[in-house]
Design a protein. Sequence first.
Length: 364
Amino acid sequence: MTKVLYKIFPGIIFSFAIAYSGIYLSDFVGIRILKLSKSPISPIMLSIIIGMIIGNILSIPLIFLEGIKFSLKFILRLGIICLGIRLGLLDILKVGLIGVPLIVACIVISILIVNYLCKILDVPSKMGSLIAVGTSICGASAIVATSPAINADKEETAYAIANITIFGIIAMFVYPFLAHYLFNGDELSVGLFLGTSIHETAQVAGAGLIYSEQYNSPITMDIATITKLVRNVSMIIVIPTMSYLYLRKNINKNIAKPSIISMFPIFIIGFIIMGLIRTMGDYGIQNTGSAFIIFHNGQWQQVIDFIKTIAEYSLAIAMAAVGISTNLGSLKSLGIRPFYVGFSAAVSVGIVSFIGIILLSNFI
């Protein structure tokens, strides 16, 4: 245990320092220089940019690498799990159900467009399959889960991940402001758009944080997170389907089949449990004056605020790690044809999401 902490602690502190520098720089520019009551510059966005600059200009010492990876994977998931305390279970289910038809439309159209473009541009079918699942579901996680199922090699997997990551990072910075303009600040519409049109869970969280800080709308981040988590669950259907379609065209008996457990994002259960805890606690306060017999009204609110704080700090650290881990040099390694496919898929998902939300707005 001590050895593990020794390996990850320096990288976590390094990521935290970058996150804090983003917060400090945001306040310094907005409050001290511009003399505003609240900085117009998102500290999360600055944290990611600072991380990207440091990660691409400097050689990161080996002592930090394990902690950065840990932040990117486990601390991010801890932050998302803790976000569940901000909403009751009924709220989570309501938003999730609203997003289902939109998520299905985005996934289906994204896959169809990618397959069509791959045929026209003569992009290898393995590459097309990886880009399709990465764009439509959850970026690198879906690509990694699909890769062994279609026997993709390391270069193809890395290539697809780089493609998806580039467009996801761009969307993370651009879409919060674009969505605010397109939907006139409507929180539900913006949250659905961010949750369905951006690839990675981390990127959706980053975009939600940027929007929340920029427009003082925490609920938008909650909606985006729930929508993205529902989208992640579709891995257990889409990845086996894509694998089957590939295998039907390319018969290979030596291809491994990924297990359902390896494809299912387990942290979603933690998010739902947090929502259930919030629901049960609030019910206890309303009906008996105490939550779980232990916490009175003020104490229960303190517990909620404490868990919210854990979520905020965890996500800030994870976003800094996202910046550090983003390799801009991967742009050079991308061939032009898969680049066109990735770009077209990303734009198509955004357009379908926008149209779907406009149509849904007539019913919700």
